[in-house]
Write a protein that binds this ligand. Structure first.
Ligand code: COA
Length: 335
């Protein structure tokens, strides 16, 4: 008879133990970008809430940013780096398809030989990875997981593209996830709608670039801004409400709201539609960091905790959405 295979199971609950962050070294004000897109500081502020965004210098890549953020999260967690046995990196801007960012970062921060892999769920990547880390730890597949969102979007931006160039910044945010005595990460509401894949993403492939004999420019990000805006405001508000429902909490229970930092007007509209009470602190990191895709939620979370340490132990709703389109939202207990 075939012997029954042994199975693992882990702790009943997990939580976020700590955050880490790294922003690009340079602050790039609107004034520096408006020339090639025939725009103005006023237009960008009014339409997006962005005053300046952080971008990395040439020598710094998404791996460097990720390693800095990860090292801080490990240090703050009190967990030894050698006890981190899973590293998940969410990114869309690693210019090398292989090897992964995650394996290199795991090694740099002292977590070698942790299981390590990258995921591409664009601006929802961090929330996707949190859902995975939580599930894998509860299944006994890992004990301590490092979840990192990292992007150097300035490498895949066309300075002359007025649909998106002014939105994007560079940075990395990290969270360390470990076992918990009480629930610290609620179920995710996540999904995709590939029928609208053309709404946001790269304008062409690396093959087009290679075969274009100089006529096809380096692939960069493009979007149908108003389409994405409407989708975010209407569909994502529903997803956010569903995430509250599956967590068994109400908007009034939220200490914080940490949406993907896509556009300040989207953030404001969410707050209105969710009927967030005035006591809920809303993350508005976009004003000085810009939209950093997979890094935006952990960066905003890190800043929120630095500015409002009293939020520790409170509930936060986080929601990511972007190219795919894909989305993920969940309620978490703040470390
Ligand atoms: C990109 C975005 C800021 C554009 O703002 P918008 O209010 O939708 O702007 P529109 O595209 O409707 O354009 C409105 C006007 O501004 C002009 N305009 C568009 N881009 C401009 C720019 N960069 N600078 C100056 N003017 C611009 C348009 O020509 C238009 O002019 P008109 O009224 O004379 O025709 C907005 O759509 C957005 O943030 N979308 C979602 C972004 C997002 O969440 N992306 C997710 C991927 S992470």
């Amino acid at each position: 008879m075939t012997p029954a295979l042994k199975q693992t199971s882990g702790p009943q609950y997990t939580r976020i133990l700590s955050y880490g962050a790294a922003r690009g070294e340079i602050a790039v004000p609107n004034e520096d970008l408006i020339g090639p897109i025939d725009s103005s500081d006023e237009w960008i502020r009014q339409r997006t809430g962005i005053v300046t965004r952080t971008r990395a210098v040439k020598e710094t890549d998404a791996i460097d940013l990720a390693a800095i953020a990860a090292a801080e999260a490990i240090e703050k967690s009190g967990v030894a780096a050698s006890d981190v046995d899973l590293v998940i990196v969410a990114t869309i801007s690693n210019p090398k398809q292989s090897p992964s960012v995650s394996a290199i970062v795991a090694d740099r921060v002292g977590a070698n030989p942790a299981a390590a892999y990258d995921i591409n769920a664009a601006c929802a990547g961090y929330a996707y990875a949190i859902a995975q880390a939580d599930a894998l730890i509860r299944a006994g597949a890992a004990k301590h997981a490092l979840v990192i969102g990292t992007e150097k979007l300035s490498d895949i931006v066309d300075p002359a593209d007025r649909s998106i160039s002014f939105l994007l910044g560079d940075g990395a945010g990290a969270a360390l996830i470990g076992p918990s005595d009480t629930p610290g990460i609620a179920p995710a509401v996540w999904g995709s709608d590939g029928s609208k894949a053309d709404a946001v993403g790269m304008n062409h492939t690396l093959i087009d670039y290679r075969d274009g004999a100089g006529d096809v420019p380096w692939p960069t990000l493009r979007q149908e801004g108003p389409t994405v805006f409407r989708w975010a405001v209407w569909e994502m508000a529903k997803v956010a409400r569903e995430a509250l429902e599956v967590a068994g909490v109400e908007a009034a229970d939220l200490a914080a709201f940490i949406p993907h930092q896509a556009n300040m007007r989207i953030i404001d509209e969410f707050a209105k539609q969710l009927k967030l009470p005035e006591t809920t602190v809303i993350a508005r990191d976009i004003e000085t960091t810009g939209n950093t895709s997979a890094a935006s939620i952990p960066l905003a979370s890190h800043r929120l905790m630095a500015e409002h340490p009293e939020l520790s132990g409170g509930l936060a709703l986080q929601i990511g959405f972007g190219a795919g389109p894909v989305f993920a939202a969940q309620v978490v207990v703040l470390p």
